[in-house]
Design a binder for this molecule. Structure first.
Ligand code: DX5
Ligand code: ZN
Length: 215
């Protein structure tokens, strides 16, 4: 299981040190939540921030676009040092065109589904170009929310679907993840878990990440 701490929960007064701390604590990805105040009711963060944090490490930068028209933001995130760019199937952009735009820049595309979106709705987009499916464990927009228990079954269903089409696709679960639910998510087929408040509120982040991985 790979751990992707979300910097939405970090202390913004010392963002650089916060990113360094999770890299040193054993995280494999750094998860960046991008919000436009339209697709979700919150606003957060521009590509310039990713660019300035890029100098600390080559760790995978996992960009989660919670924006109305993600295709318009691919170019600037690509130039800012992104590795994975995930966008919502519920957004306005054409899914295939957005995947192509990410691939064209030699980055890894991810498709995100909201809690109310059924796995069956993304079957038609799954092919060899897709790197990751992101399953929201909370409604997008805020960290620190309670995990929606039905997510675990959804992970198992997505796993079944991708096994038939492209078993190399990773499954990431985003939101509400902690030591209390990560074991079940792993058993259901999750490969990466995004954890914001759980990791950043732990006194010992190394221990917290180890606990998540060992669970
Ligand atoms: C929710 C974000 C998540 C969130 C995770 O909109 O996409 O990445 O920050 O935070 P926790 O782990 O606190 O739910
Ligand atoms: Zn996220």
């Amino acid at each position: 299981m790979k751990i992707a701490p979300s910097i939405l929960s970090c202390d913004f007064s010392c963002m650089g040190n916060e990113v360094k701390s999770i890299i040193n604590a054993g995280a494999e990805f750094v998860h960046f939540d991008v919000m436009d105040g339209r697709f979700v009711p919150n606003i957060f963060f521009a590509p310039d921030i990713t660019k300035s944090l890029r100098k600390f490490s080559n760790i995978l930068f996992d960009i989660h676009l919670m924006v109305t028209d993600p295709i318009n933001h691919i170019e600037r995130f690509a130039l800012s040092g992104a590795d994975i760019i995930s966008f919502h199937v519920e957004s306005k952009s054409d899914v295939n065109k957005t995947i192509n735009s990410i691939k064209k820049r030699e980055l890894k595309p991810g498709i995100v589904i909201n809690p109310k979106t059924l796995p069956e709705e993304i079957i038609k987009y799954i092919n060899d170009d897709v790197y990751m499916i992101v399953i929201m464990g909370v409604e997008p927009g805020f960290s620190g929310q309670k995990f929606i228990p039905e997510t675990t079954e959804k992970v198992a269903r997505v796993k079944q679907i991708i096994e038939k089409i492209n078993p190399n696709i990773l499954i990431e679960v985003d939101g509400g993840v902690g030591e209390f639910n990560i074991k079940k998510l792993r058993e259901a087929g999750a490969d990466v878990c995004v954890s914001g408040s759980y990791v950043f509120s732990s006194k010992d982040r190394k221990k917290a990440i180890k606990l998540l991985k060992d669970s």
